[in-house]
Design a protein around this ligand. Structure first.
Ligand SMILES: NC(=O)c1ccc[n+]([C@@H]2O[C@H](COP(=O)([O-])OP(=O)(O)OC[C@H]3O[C@@H](n4cnc5c(N)ncnc54)[C@H](OP(=O)(O)O)[C@@H]3O)[C@@H](O)[C@H]2O)c1
Length: 263
C-alpha cells in the first residue's frame, strides 16, 4: 500500500486527507503538538507520528502542508533522514521547485509543487501541479491522483504559478467579497440577507458552469444578458465607470507581487 505523510495538519491538509480513501493508503501526520496531532489523527482516521523525522521514514510521498514561514525550519528538521527514494510535495505559496531543492540540499531530490485552493474542503479544489526532472512518471501520477480526488488539477508551467496562486488560490476571497456585495445590495433594497445570499450563491455557481459548458468568452455572455436600453447594461456601465475590471486586475497584481516576496 502506498504511504503518504503530511507535515502540518491545518485547513488544507485536513481537506486533502478528508478526500482520500483511507483503505487505499497508509496516511501519517505530524504536527508540532503531539496531543493535538493525535486527536486530529483520530478524527481523520489516520496515524499520528511523534516527529517529522519518523513521518519521513514511514512515507513515500511527504506533503509539506505548513505555512511558508515554517518551511525552512521543517526542512532543516527532516534533512538527515531524507533519501532520494522519497518524493517531497510542497503546497506552500511562494516556494519554487528551485527554492525547495535548495532547502532539501540533496542533489536530484524528487520534488513536486502543488497549489490547491480552499474549495478542497468540499472536494472542489482547483489545483496546479509541476514537478522537477527527478520525479518519476509513476510518482507524479500518484501525486496528481491525490489532488484529483479533491477537485480539478491543471499541469502548468512553473513560471505561471504566481498567477495561478492569485487567480485560483486567493481568488475565492475576492469572489466571496463580490458575492457578499451582491447580497448586501439585496439587503439595501429590502431583502433578508440569508435569502439574498442563497440567490447569489446559486447564480454565481451557475455562471461558473455556464462559462465552462458554453465555452463562450464571458464578455459574449455579458452581451447576451444586456438588452438594448435595458436594466443590465445600466449596471454594466455603472461598474465600468467605477473601474470594476481595472480594480480586479489591480487586486490580482497585488496578490502576485506579495506571493513573490513571501520567502
Ligand atoms: N488555505 C488556503 O486556501 C491555501 C491555498 C493554497 C495553498 N495553501 C498553502 O497550504 C499551506 C498550509 O495552509 P493552511 O491554510 O492549511 O494553514 P494552517 O491551517 O495554518 O495549517 C498549518 C498547520 O501547520 C501547523 N504547524 C505550525 N508549525 C508547525 C511545525 N513546526 N510542524 C508541523 N506543523 C506545524 C499549524 O499548527 P498550529 O495551528 O497549531 O500552529 C497548522 O495546523 C500553506 O503553505 C499555504 O500557503 C493554503
Amino acid at each position: 500500500m502506498k504511504s503518504i505523510g503530511f507535515i502540518g495538519v491545518g485547513k488544507m491538509a485536513t481537506a486533502i486527507i478528508s478526500g482520500l480513501d483511507k483503505q487505499k493508503f497508509d496516511i501519517f501526520i505530524s504536527g508540532h503538538d503531539l496531543e493535538k496531532t493525535q486527536a486530529q489523527a483520530k478524527a481523520l482516521g489516520v496515524v499520528a507520528v511523534s516527529s517529522h523525522k519518523a513521518l519521513v521514514s514511514k512515507s513515500e510521498l511527504i506533503i509539506l502542508s505548513i505555512k511558508p514561514q515554517v518551511l525552512p525550519k521543517v526542512a532543516d528538521e527532516i534533512l538527515s533522514v531524507l533519501t532520494k527514494d522519497k518524493t517531497i510535495l510542497s503546497i506552500a505559496a511562494g516556494f519554487s521547485l528551485d527554492d525547495l531543492a535548495h532547502l532539501m540540499t540533496l542533489e536530484n531530490m524528487p520534488i513536486i509543487r502543488v497549489m490547491p485552493n480552499i474549495n478542497a474542503q468540499i472536494g472542489r479544489s482547483t489545483s496546479a501541479i509541476v514537478k522537477n526532472d527527478s520525479v518519476s512518471a509513476d510518482s507524479f501520477d500518484f501525486a496528481k491522483g491525490i489532488f484529483e480526488t479533491i477537485g480539478s488539477v491543471f499541469e502548468i508551467e512553473e513560471k505561471d504559478f504566481s498567477t495561478f496562486t492569485a487567480i485560483a488560490g486567493s481568488s475565492p476571497a475576492y469572489i466571496y467579497m463580490f458575492m457578499d456585495a451582491l447580497a448586501r445590495a439585496g439587503v439595501l433594497h429590502g431583502m433578508p440577507k440569508a435569502l439574498a445570499l442563497s440567490i447569489v450563491a446559486d447564480t454565481v455557481a451557475a455562471c461558473g458552469e455556464m462559462v465552462k459548458i458554453s465555452g463562450e468568452n464571458p464578455w459574449t455572455l455579458v452581451d447576451q444578458v444586456s438588452s438594448p436600453g435595458g436594466t443590465t447594461v445600466s449596471g454594466v456601465v455603472s461598474l465600468e465607470k467605477n473601474r470594476f475590471v481595472g480594480t480586479v486586475i489591480d487586486a490580482i497584481t497585488a496578490t502576485i507581487e506579495k506571493e513573490k516576496h513571501l520567502k
